[in-house]
Design a protein around this ligand. Structure first.
Ligand code: FAD
Length: 370
């Protein structure tokens, strides 16, 4: 039977980041990915925003890992010349009753250690974004954008240069704990039985399914997965936006905002639609909803400027009527299995947090999950 020190399940941005960190520590790493390439799921179906860390509850993992991850990510992008931009983000109030809410973001961000947000008057917003209609807003200068594919390519390159190996078209059939590690049974192109000391479940939308293949894992520890679909529309024609523009969050989502990609193109999204399973099909009947939402802050939008873009699915572990759950990272102290790390609910800001998540997983392994 083949033997390896660490098995990482999933070659999304989080699995790759963890694989890189462990390989750079000199560990033997095998990444197991069920698709035929890395990053084909949530890691390539998101907004590609480097978040500042504004919205998350104080002391939550999301807040801590986002703020730390942002700094690590900017540094990594600089060193590796990964296309990225500190483009800045405007959160705008479109009506007077939203002003207080927008101002609260300044204090909320400060709670999380982000102290660079500033209130802008209506005319100051207009100076930054002449076509945006608002009664004022808040500017976050540390929010940015990144070419996430290029980022993942660099993570994989680092991991492979440090000796990590990735196998594609291979998924997990069974994980059986043994006294000194695990027997990992895979199926697909590389169907094998491998003995591993450390198993990291970074399977994103499938993390709960993968956890169910771990023999003897207390099923009460495996959260119920929920899937919240997001649509993005592209803006055809001239892009007037120089920054990211977000309206005030309404209901469970941040609202349909403007993001700009590294090529300078604008897109709108994500909306929020609870679904029962993984389905990336594009429902163009949402156009009306997008049109109305965008016109709140960009009245000159014409309907024919909206082109169907793509969809993504948030790997949630809290349902539509529950407060948003934090990232859930389980280690030995939770499940009593030495060497096992499960990552659940790694939705936004998982891309921004990826390097900090990898540091955390590495520390948990080093300290036997304490
Ligand atoms: C709509 C949307 C917008 C977002 N916007 C942002 C943003 O702007 N900024 C930000 O910081 N974050 C954002 N996020 C969050 C971010 O994209 C995710 O947190 C991140 O991509 C999660 O990466 P991951 O590696 O955990 O998951 P994934 O990218 O889904 O990777 C998991 C991998 O595991 C593989 N896998 C699954 N099951 C198995 C199995 N049984 N065996 C082997 N492999 C398996 C999958 O094929 C996949 O490649 C957004 C998310 C969504 C949905």
């Amino acid at each position: 039977m083949d033997q390896i020190e660490c098995v990482i399940i999933g070659a999304g941005v989080v699995g790759l980041s963890i694989a890189r960190a462990l390989a750079l520590e000199g560990r033997d790493v095998l990444i197991i990915e069920k698709e035929d390439a890395f990053g084909l799921h949530t890691s390539s179906r998101n907004s590609e925003v480097i978040h500042a860390g504004i919205y998350y509850p104080k002391n939550s993992l999301k807040a801590q890992l986002c703020v730390k991850g942002k700094e690590l990510l900017y540094e990594y992008c600089e060193v590796r010349s990964i296309p990225h931009k500190r483009i800045g983000k405007l959160i705008v109030a479109t009506e007077d009753f939203e002003i207080e809410k927008v101002k609260q973001y300044i204090a909320k961000a400060r709670d999380n250690g982000v102290d660079d947000l500033a209130w802008l008057s209506q005319s100051e917003v207009r100076e930054l974004e002449p076509e945006v209609s608002s009664v004022g807003g808040v500017f976050s200068p540390s929010t940015g954008i990144i070419d996430s594919h290029n980022y993942m390519l660099n993570l994989l390159g680092d991991a492979e240069n440090a000796g990590a190996v990735v196998v594609y078209q291979t998924s997990i059939a069974l994980i059986k704990p043994k006294e000194d590690g695990f027997i990992v049974k895979t199926e697909g192109l590389n169907a094998h039985e491998i003995k591993a000391e450390i198993v990291v479940n970074a399977a994103g939308l499938h993390a709960c399914d993968v956890a169910k293949t771990i023999a003897d894992l207390d099923e009460n520890l495996i959260p119920q997965p929920f899937y919240a679909k997001a649509h993005y529309y592209s803006l055809s024609g001239r892009n007037p936006f120089k920054h990211l523009v977000y309206p005030v969050a309404r209901k469970a989502s941040l609202g349909v905002h403007v993001t700009v990609d590294m090529g300078g193109a604008a897109r709108f999204g994500p909306d929020l639609d609870w679904i029962d399973g993984i389905d990336y099909s594009f429902d163009n009947s949402r156009e009306e909803l997008f049109f109305d939402a965008i016109r709140r802050y960009w009245p000159s939008l014409n309907r024919d400027q909206l082109q169907p873009g793509y969809t993504g699915i948030r790997p949630k572990i809290s349902g539509p009527y529950e407060p948003a759950a934090d990232f859930l990272i389980q280690s030995q102290k939770d499940h009593r299995m030495k060497g096992l790390i499960n990552l659940f609910g790694i939705e936004s800001p998982g891309l921004t947090s990826s390097l900090a998540l990898a540091e955390m997983v590495s520390q948990l392994i080093e300290s036997n999950g304490q």
